[in-house]
Design a protein around this ligand. Sequence first.
Ligand SMILES: Nc1nc2c(ncn2[C@@H]2O[C@H](COP(=O)(O)OP(=O)(O)O)[C@@H](O)[C@H]2O)c(=O)[nH]1
Ligand SMILES: [Mg+2]
Length: 693
Amino acid sequence: MRLRVTYRKGGFMNEKVKSGSRNVAIVGPYLSGKTTLLESLLFVTGAISRKGNVKDGNTVGDSTGESRDRQMSVEVSAASTEFNGTRFTFIDCPGSVEFAQETYNALMGVDAAIVVCEPIRDRVLTLAPLFKFLDDWEIPHIVFVNKMDRANIHVLETLHALKAVSSRPLVAHQYPIMNGEQLTGFIDMVSEQAYQYHPGAPADPIPFPESLKAEEHIARAEMLEALADFDDHLLEELLEDIEPPQEEILNDLKLELGADLVVPVFFGVAEQDYGVRPLLEALQREAPEPETTAERRLKNIKGNTPLAQVLKTYYTPQGGKLSLVRIWQGKLTDGIVLNGIRAGGIYRLMGQQQQLVNEVAAGEIVAVSRLEGIKTGDTISTETPAQELPKAEQLEPVYALAITPEKRNDEVKLSSAITKLLEEDPSLAWEQHGDTHEVILWGQGEIHLQVALDRLRRKYNLPMTTHLPQVPYKETIRKPVASVHGRYKHQSGGHGQFGDVFLDIQPLPRGTGFNFNETIVGGVVPKQYIPGVEMGVREFLTHGPLGFPMVDVAVTLTNGSYHSVDSSEQAFRQAARLAMQTGIPKAQPTLLEPILRVEVTTPSEFTSKVLQLVSGRRGQILGYEGRNDWQGWDNVAAYLPQAEMQNFIVELRSLTLGVGSFHWVYDHLQEVPEKLAERVLAGNGNGGNGNGK
Ligand SMILES: Nc1nc2c(ncn2[C@@H]2O[C@H](COP(=O)(O)OP(=O)(O)O)[C@@H](O)[C@H]2O)c(=O)[nH]1
Ligand SMILES: [Mg+2]
């Protein structure tokens, strides 16, 4: 028997939901057409009656000012619709690597993901980190090869490029029928029925195009073999040349997709709604039900206690807080108390539009208002404390800017606004630097920080100016100086002030810090004044002769004298400062710079370029090797001066098709080469090519 898959046209908004729900993330590289696909999915299912487009800024997906300004999604947006009696909630995710955290957080709450990509080899390569994330978390996903109206490489070549970056086997669920570079129809690989697309209407069955027989055959055999790897019964049939029943193939597709064992591939043109109905049919039929996902994700948690996880936090322009949550267990009702906080309304979303609902059961993704203090990634429950569900790893910051409010008295408002930004986006971070006193905003790249600054201006009326953060240089000395004399003597009116010390100053090994000793004999400096001496020395060291804090210095108080009436702790403090002022310049002060230990991850084909990049930035390569957990990728370990790191991520991405990334930790201080030190001290930049650009 041949299964006839037919596609109905039109809207299902009013049809009663009969067969549960599916939560599906739309992910993939920037510009692949995710927001356009969402628009098409909503149009085809009747949730919207007119399609918007990204250029006009009227799509459901890119609804915020920050997205519209850039014609790119900078945060996730959710939209619910119904298709053939199933409620679908789609989450349109940003594609840019700088907003990957948004995508990762959202993926924690879905039953499946559609990976949208273009039929272009280099763009397919950029899918590797996303595939890795999906497979690490075993999130079922299918690939939708979009823009098949401009496919100038062969279908099999596209499949080949995809296979090279996926650790799971790919199975072509459809075979596209092309007319030149334009998709005109498809062959359903389960039924081997061919269909022809029509603008604005569902596809029609057509006779099998004989010209495609050979290549379709190869792709279908590969699909069946991949499925048979996890199904012995199917394997036997293939070995015995028995045509497996379609139900069996469909069943395997569902089971193996659900367990993230295979990745089905579809083709389409989101702009023309081609391929969108077959995609919906397949999701309805083959994507795991929410209960199945819940069983997989909750593992040991059982029962009916309401339990949900926050996938995204929004502070709306009106100032209200909305938390996008996946309900894993129980139901959410109006006025429910979660983690001790009474929730406001519960809403289904359509981009920025909200539809109030009284009660929503497990398996859906909805927005809950006024969960004050709850952050993205948090688990929320009526039972406190809730058992924490695993959350997506937090991306480390790789790019920084120092920020200052345009208006001075906005400084107080800044910290509460930044706290809200961080609740929305865990891949941002900020610090007030101890040495430089700058407020530093950290994030994933230039655009990421610009978006954060836009939000500060738009939502919180906090316009900021920015500059490159200063490098927290330090200084030390190279040479010991013995018996430096400092005498403080002051006679004014009543009783005067008198302190008198001799100090030995010595360099210490890197990383030792500061040592203070005394070798006073015979009480020439009385015990009670010695803390004053140490205080004076420490004060001096906060700001050395080159203008930076001093480290790795030992100071010993060896001798001195006092006056029985005029001496005081204060006077000895001043005397010590004077001695330091005289002694330190004689001890060859030198500039130290912070060195970071950096670990770069890159596809192996770019490793040599990465090594050049590191060396070109005064880096010291410690080694590089293939990654065990990621075939075809290398790790490069190196020491790099912090002064060279400002736009390291920008260069790294441009060398690696955008997929290279790095981790860093502060490692040690190191002397700045003399030539460079001269430039730093003359104020010509921060001492490296990292900051001048
Ligand atoms: N030719 C063609 N262009 C498309 C298609 N889908 C989307 N686009 C265009 O590709 C660009 C990026 O689309 P968008 O949906 O914003 O991509 P996103 O970054 O993945 O959300 C826009 O200019 C779309 O009009 C398609 O199927 N064919
Ligand atoms: Mg988009």
